[in-house]
Design a protein around this ligand. Structure first.
Ligand code: SF4
Length: 334
């Protein structure tokens, strides 16, 4: 163990926090919109593999789909679901192997005009999509369904889905954020059911990291802790280490709330109650952000204008913990 950075997971805090989530149900249609064109149904595995491959650093995305405003990765999945229904072949490997930046911009704009898209990191996303397409064409006859079949329902092991996915550049994360998220979506869609579901972990991104640090579910100690908790830059090794602690915290919390529900609710707290762009709502009195709250849009939450973790979370009792920032790391992994 390096004295520079020590990560701790607070078992009791994890269980107490998870218990606060038991009464909240996320709306499946918000997180995992089903295709509406019957011809799209067979392409659902390809669709999820593609949109999750580029589900990183989605802060700039925003728009309206079917009259509803979305931002971030909510916009990514809803807008691309609509693009799938327009053209069910759009996310097949055969098409994605030559996808261009302007095509991606057009897909991620409300009016189909690349010039009006808010998507950024376009070259990076195009490279991830092309790489995924090439690997599907090389190893799986160009179909995500064949990749799933090859794993024989297993997540773990040399021939399991996690190992197979790790050979895709988009899914190479040692902490498996995108892989865990993809498997969650494939399960919801009814196209993949793991025989070893305990191997499915929490997809830890920057929103979850912020919440887990402020709540005290994971704690950083050692000489590097102060800088990292102030939002300082972390190394690749530090990122992996801290997010692995987040996965461990998720395993403890998933003993109380199933891992997909846990992910959705933690993520909603991180992008609303405990968002990086404003003070945590527990520190400012009753929440005033109801009109723009995607947590209310995405669940049956009856919050009373308070964060669900208020009173249990370290940040709600200690201003220093409420001020923690997630460490900075420029990455395409999450
Ligand atoms: S109680 Fe406060 S610090 Fe804790 S997760 Fe909620 S908003 Fe963030």
């Amino acid at each position: 163990m390096s004295g520079q950075l020590v990560t701790l997971v607070d078992r009791r805090r994890c269980r107490d926090l998870a218990a606060r989530l038991l009464e909240i149900s996320p709306r499946t249609e918000h997180f995992a919109p089903a295709p509406r064109n019957p011809e799209s149904a067979v392409r659902v595995p390809d669709f999820h593999l593609a949109w999750i491959a580029i589900c990183q650093q989605t802060r700039t995305l925003a728009g309206v789909v079917d009259g509803v405003s979305y931002r971030g990765s909510d916009y990514l999945v809803h807008r691309l679901r609509a693009r799938l229904d327009e053209d069910p072949e759009r996310f097949t490997a055969g098409r994605l192997q030559s996808v261009t930046g302007d095509e991606l911009r057009a897909w991620l704009s409300d009016d189909g005009d690349p010039a009006s898209s808010t998507v950024d990191r376009v070259e990076e996303r195009v490279a991830l999509l092309r790489d995924a397409a090439a690997r599907l064409l090389d190893g799986y006859s160009g179909a995500t369904a064949h990749l799933l079949a090859a794993s024989k329902g297993r997540l773990e092991g040399k021939t399991g889905l996690l190992e197979r996915l790790s050979r895709f550049h988009a899914y190479r994360d040692p902490v498996r954020k995108k892989s865990f998220l993809l498997i969650q979506y494939l399960r919801v869609a009814g196209v993949f059911e793991p025989v070893d579901p305990k191997a499915l972990g929490l997809p830890v991104d920057y929103h979850l990291l912020r919440v887990l640090l402020r709540t005290g579910a994971i704690q950083l100690k050692g000489a590097r802790a102060r800088d990292l908790l102030g939002g300082g830059e972390m190394s690749e090794a530090e990122d992996a280490r801290i997010r692995l602690a987040g996965v461990e915290a998720g395993r403890l919390m998933a003993e109380v709330v199933d891992v997909a529900t846990l992910d959705r609710l933690l993520w909603m707290i991180g992008r609303n109650c405990c968002f990086y762009g404003h003070a945590p709502v527990c520190t400012t009195g009753p929440c005033t952000l109801e009109a723009s709250c995607s947590f209310l849009q995405a669940s049956d939450l009856d919050c009373g204008l308070r964060c669900p973790f208020d009173g249990t979370c370290s940040g709600s009792r200690n201003p220093a913990a409420a001020a923690f920032r997630e460490p900075t790391f420029d990455t395409d992994l999450y």
